[in-house]
Write a protein that binds this ligand. Structure first.
Ligand code: SAM
Length: 340
C-alpha cells in the first residue's frame, strides 16, 4: 500500500495520477461540489467563536488533493463571515510537490491566506481531513497471522506468516483485524501540534467489533478484486477503525467531542443556521438551486454518501460541551456510538 500509493515516481497519489470526481476514479464529499466546504465553513466559524474569536485561527488540512475544499471554505467564509475570514489562515500539509502545484493554482486568488508545509507544525484552530485516514498503509493481521506481499514470477501474491513471538504486544487486541500503525502515529503527531481546538476527520470505517479491516481497490468508478491489479493506477484504501483512533486520542489527553455518521452531522449543521456572528447561512441557496439540491441529496442520502461516512471530532484545551458543536446535535451518546 505504501509503495503503490506513495512511491515518489510510480505511486498513485505521489505521481499525481489520482483523479477524483465524475471523470476520475471515485467520488468524495469534496468532489460532489462546493456545498460540502460551505457547510464545513459554518462549523469552523462556530469553533472560532468557541475559541474566543482568536486571531491567527488556523485551519489545517491534510489530504487536500487539488485544493478544492480549501477554495470552497475560503470563498464561503469570505462571503458569509468576513470577520472570521480576516482572522483565519489556511495551512495545507502537502508532502507531494505535484499536488502542491495544483493546489496553488486552485487557490491563486487567496494569496497569502494560504501556507504550505510538508509536515504538521504547532497551531490553534482546527485540523480537518476528508478520506485521509483510509489512505494510510495498514498491516493485515488475523489472530497471530499476518498477510504479507511476495513476488511470484512476475506477479505479486499474498503470503501468510506467523507473527514473531513477542510481537503480540504491538498487535491489535481484537481478532480478525488489520493494524493501522500510521493512523495511530498520525493522531499522536496531531495531538502534539494542536495547542487548542479541534480535530475533525471524515472517513468511512467501523466501530468496535464490527471492524474487519477491509481493503478496497477502486479505479474508474469500479471496484477491483485485488490490490495487485493496476498498481499505481488504482486507489487502495482500508476502512478506518474509529474506536482505536478515539481511544488513542483519549490516551493522549484529547476529549471526544462527537462521533456520528455524515447524514446526522450535516443535518445538525443545516438545522443550526446562523449561530452567533455567522449570521447569514449559506443554506437558503439550497432551496433555490437544483444543483445545490442534488449536492445535498448526494451528501445526505443514506444510500449515497450519508451513511457510509462517519465524522469524528476530538477536542483539546476547549470544553466540547459548551456548546456542543452543531454537527453533533443529533448524534447518539458517545459511548454507544463509538463502543468505548
Ligand atoms: C482519498 S484522497 C482524498 C482527497 C480529498 N480530501 C477529497 O476528499 O477529495 C487522499 C488524499 O490524502 C493524501 N495524503 C495521504 N497521506 C498524506 C499525508 N501524510 N499528508 C498529506 N496528505 C496525505 C493523498 O495525497 C490524497 O490527496
Amino acid at each position: 500500500m505504501e509503495q503503490a500509493l506513495y512511491h515518489p515516481e510510480h505511486g498513485y497519489y505521489s505521481s499525481g495520477r489520482c483523479t477524483i470526481g465524475r471523470h476520475g476514479d471515485y467520488f468524495t464529499n469534496v468532489s460532489v461540489g462546493p456545498l460540502f466546504g460551505q457547510l464545513l465553513a459554518a462549523q469552523f466559524a462556530e469553533i472560532w467563536e468557541q475559541l474566543g474569536k482568536i486571531d491567527n485561527f488556523v485551519i489545517v488540512e491534510q489530504g487536500a488533493q487539488d485544493g478544492q475544499f480549501a477554495r470552497d471554505v475560503l470563498q464561503s467564509t469570505q462571503k458569509h463571515a468576513p470577520e472570521f475570514f480576516a482572522s483565519l489562515r489556511y495551512r495545507i500539509i502537502e508532502p507531494f510537490p505535484i499536488l502542491q502545484e495544483r493546489q496553488s493554482r486552485t487557490l491563486k486568488s487567496f494569496g497569502d491566506k494560504i501556507e504550505w508545509r510538508d509536515s504538521l507544525q504547532p497551531f490553534a484552530g482546527v485540523h480537518f481531513s476528508n478520506e485521509l485516514l483510509d489512505a494510510m498503509p495498514a498491516r493485515l493481521i488475523r489472530g497471530a497471522i499476518e498477510k504479507l506481499v511476495d513476488l511470484e514470477g512476475d506477479g505479486f501474491v499474498f503470503v501468510e506468516r506467523s507473527l514473531p513471538q513477542g510481537a503480540t504486544a504491538s498487535k491489535p487486541s481484537r481478532e480478525n483485524n488489520a493494524f493501522n500503525q500510521p493512523a495511530l502515529d498520525w493522531i499522536d503527531n496531531v495531538v502534539s501540534k494542536l495547542r487548542r481546538g479541534y480535530v475533525i476527520a471524515f472517513d468511512y470505517g467501523h466501530v468496535g467489533d464490527e471492524f474487519q479491516g477491509n481493503v478496497q481497490v477502486r479505479a474508474r468508478h469500479r471496484h477491483l478484486d485485488s490490490p495487485f491489479e493496476q498498481i499505481g493506477h488504482a486507489d487502495i484504501t482500508m476502512h478506518v477503525d474509529w474506536t482505536r483512533i478515539a481511544q488513542r486520542a483519549q490516551a493522549n489527553g484529547l476529549r471526544v467531542a462527537g462521533f456520528t455518521d455524515q447524514h446526522h452531522f450535516l443535518t445538525g449543521l443545516i438545522s443550526e443556521p446562523g449561530r452567533g456572528d455567522w449570521g447569514q447561512s449559506p443554506l437558503p441557496e439550497i432551496g433555490t438551486s437544483p444543483k445545490m439540491k442534488r449536492e445535498l441529496q448526494m451528501l445526505l442520502h443514506p444510500e449515497m454518501l450519508g451513511c457510509s461516512f462517519q465524522v469524528l471530532a476530538l477536542a483539546k484545551n476547549v470544553d466540547p460541551d459548551s456548546p456542543r458543536l452543531a454537527g453533533f446535535k443529533f448524534a447518539r451518546e458517545l459511548r454507544y456510538a463509538l463502543d468505548l
